[in-house]
Design a protein around this ligand. Sequence first.
Ligand code: PLP
Length: 432
Amino acid sequence: MRHQHRQLDRLGREESRLAPGASEEATAGRRVFAEGRGPVLTDLDGNRYLDFAAGTLTQSLGHTHPEVVQALTAQAGRLWNVHDTSTPDRARLLDTLARLLPEHLDTYALFSTGAEVVEAALRVVQATAPPGRNRIGALRHGFHGKTLGARMLVHWDIGHQSFAGNSVLGYAPYCYRCPLGLEYPSCGIRCASLVRRHIADKPNTSALVFEPVLGAAGVIVPPPGYWEQIADACRANGVLLVADEVLTGGGRTGAFLASELFGVEADLVALSKGMANGFPFAVLAGRHDLLHDPAAATPGAYASTYASNPLGIAAARATLEVIERDRLIEQVGRLGELLGERLRALYGRFENIGQVRGLGLLWGVEFVTDRASRTPSPALARSVYARALDLGLRVALGGHVLRIAPPFTIEEALLDEGVGLLAKAIDGAVAQ
Ligand SMILES: Cc1ncc(COP(=O)(O)O)c(C=O)c1O
């Protein structure tokens, strides 16, 4: 255990006043982070950590990237909030979005958080849906936020009883725990054909909201053919495709949108985490005809207190321009290959790793009590997480899966160092 004296003192001081209900990570980690620079965090006692969670999978350029800091600092000295009225940088940000996103997604509304932008997408769906189409489809294991509309789409326990009344439910492509007890590829992607049938059988479905790669549930990567089948069914039945790319969008999977990798042409896309390097910011990107539909674009429909705020715009503009200028998405692809190789080697070494899966710089390591039973082991994941922190590595913890998502700017040597620390943490945890 490294020095923790000052941190424990601060945590003790907070305890009586701070509402409980913190994330699993904050609770298990018990750290007070004081500073971040690039891929490195420093805690209040001066201990350093490689941050392989990039904040909350937000800091694609690493912590306090100088160009984002410069843009924010300059804007902070000029203007903070004039509701959603135009400010000088907005046009430039919209042009950048148009260059980075597929051509058909040519219209944008700006918000601040993931849940807020998912809600905005749901409002567009609701406003434009033909009469009688009053249901929305979602996938098991999907996560879309904690506001009520978003939670209606979430079908697993996110710490409260989910409120999933309004949705049609499809099988997620969770091959490792196939709900149908099948094996890929002999399954013929039966999960997708069931979703397909579901969509065809429910003429009151207006849209399918989906994560192309399911992030919060542990980086579930669909097999080839899954999305093609489902997207075809949606098109054939007049069901809108709403990609929730709050986590995957912005380059993390090796393309600006994960849905591009799977050949899905979404009608609406929700983006947030990777947009402004950790500053609260979100974008709803959509087809012109949908976002301009008079039923959706009523006065104030895309406005809120912090929608289009100039600080968020400054941070997003700087972040996306660096990603574009430095060709960082290509770098994600290259580094992702290396990271995948290194993590698969850990699978070869540790029997308690049930599966390693991912793409780009987004990977999940699933812990089990043993490979034969595949019983999830959240206790082991938590122990690895805590040990990794003690060794100087921060990853993202969610149940029995650790997510590994370093910044796009990470150096190869640090990638190796981080995986080395993870191996050491697993070694210690399994020997316990
Ligand atoms: C795919 C997805 N959608 C929506 C959200 C909600 O975002 P926020 O926490 O900013 O409301 C998240 C958050 O992790 C997410 O991963």
